[in-house]
Design a protein. Structure first.
Length: 407
């Protein structure tokens, strides 16, 4: 008789990959059963859909995956041939192309029966999702979380957001025929907090020298924080990720392959078509990414419903310049960054618009060198390898000179 061999437990990265795979498969299965499936903005309050048991998929996740697999240009050009300007967000162009083509071998997902939009991450999403709703003749549910000029979110804004949150539940009940359960809602909030705390706890390990992770790992794992934060398996996987990083610190190991001579903040969304090139160039100079505010945006922390409303209003693009600067300064100081690499993203004008001033203030507050490079989160035409390489080389030379000066 052949003996059974015990399989080694899966690593966190494999569990996270499985969660994403099941997320899309569950949406396809629901569609085949005749259930309503939605397209959802990345920072729409996921607690609503999770409580109702309504399957949703995320166009931003899909667009990032499509562009990372090399099909971003093809999809952007299709939208442009339909009359959309190449000056609008590449995620939107990819999504609008997919709405029209209805398939893309690099990343397929079900077509929507409704769309859920929230503008805390981006105001352009309103027109993007309105267009989808109009073209497909489907309902759109919108939660407006306006840009906050104050450092903290005031009580009147909390009431404004809460009223829309409650109304979105009613609308989604009418569309799907499902009933919202307060008991289930409390469970989902508890799971979401467990997931968010574990996710933020995992990202915190970049503060160690050397860091137990290659900073770009965060961009890859972030998809789970977007699409499955309210699921128990996500909490378990992120908690395992925390433990793996803790053990790596003890063992002195890292997913970064090479020496970690310099530590940098990476500002902005990744250029998905060139993720490997960016990492390879940084590794050439023994530079590791140990800080980013983008990944932390999907760790939404609260202890009650009112705090939840505030948490969703503290997404990077919804906060005041002063709060945005404070977020970056804290990351630089906590993680002992030697410099910063700043992505001037053609797609994300809301993020990049005040970045020139923020970069200047960041240098003043932290006394670190910074460099910017032009790029795009999904359209490969807006990134120059030569420019990026030159900027990273320049940053390395300044950081090296600073270190020698300190010695």
């Amino acid at each position: 008789m052949q003996e059974k061999t015990e399989q080694a437990p899966k690593k966190a990265k494999h569990l996270l990959r499985d969660i994403v795979s099941r997320h899309y498969q569950n949406a396809w299965d629901a569609k085949e059963k005749g259930e309503k499936v939605g397209w959802c903005a990345s920072n729409f309050p996921q607690e609503i859909c999770e409580t109702l048991g309504v399957p949703v998929v995320y166009p931003e996740n899909q667009a990032a995956a499509i562009s990372a697999k090399g099909a971003g240009l093809k999809m952007c050009e299709h939208s442009e041939s339909n009359g959309y300007s190449n000056d609008i967000c590449a995620y939107a162009r990819i999504s609008l192309a997919y709405m029209d083509l209805k398939e893309c071998k690099e990343m397929d997902m079900p077509q929507p029966d409704f769309v859920l939009c929230c503008n805390n991450i981006c105001n352009q999403m309103i027109k993007w999702y309105e267009n989808i709703a109009r073209e497909l003749d489907i309902p759109m549910i919108f939660i407006d979380i306006p840009y906050n000029t104050e450092f903290e979110t005031s009580d009147d804004r909390v009431k404004y957001i809460r009223a829309q949150f409650d109304d979105a539940i009613v609308q989604l009940e009418e569309i799907t025929g499902k009933t919202f359960s307060e008991e289930r809602f409390k469970e989902v909030m508890e799971i979401s907090q467990r997931s968010s705390k574990a996710w933020l706890g995992a990202t915190e390990y970049t503060k160690y020298t050397p860091s137990p992770l290659n900073g770009f790992d965060l961009f890859n794992h972030m998809a789970v924080a977007v699409c499955a934060r309210g699921k128990i398996e996500t909490a378990i996987a992120f908690e395992l990720l925390e433990k793996e990083y803790e053990q790596a610190v003890k063992d002195g190991t890292s997913t970064y392959r090479g020496e970690q001579d310099y530590r940098v903040l990476f500002e902005g969304i990744a250029c998905w078509p060139y993720l490997r090139h960016k990492l390879t160039t940084l590794m050439k100079y023994n530079i590791n990414v140990v800080g980013t505010v983008y990944a932390d945006a999907f760790g939404v922390i609260y202890s009650n419903v009112e705090e939840m409303m505030k948490a969703y209003s503290y997404v990077p693009n919804a906060v005041s310049f002063e709060r945005a600067l404070n977020m970056r300064v804290k990351v630089v100081n906590k993680n002992n960054c030697d410099g910063a690499v700043i992505h001037t993203n053609r797609s994300c004008k809301m993020w990049s618009g005040f970045m020139y001033e923020l970069e200047r203030k960041l240098r003043e507050e932290t006394d670190i060198p910074t460099v910017t490079f032009d790029g795009d989160q999904a359209d490969p035409r807006n990134f120059s390898e030569a420019q990026y390489d030159t900027r990273i080389q320049g940053l390395y030379e300044v950081m090296e000179a600073n270190r020698k000066g300190d010695e």
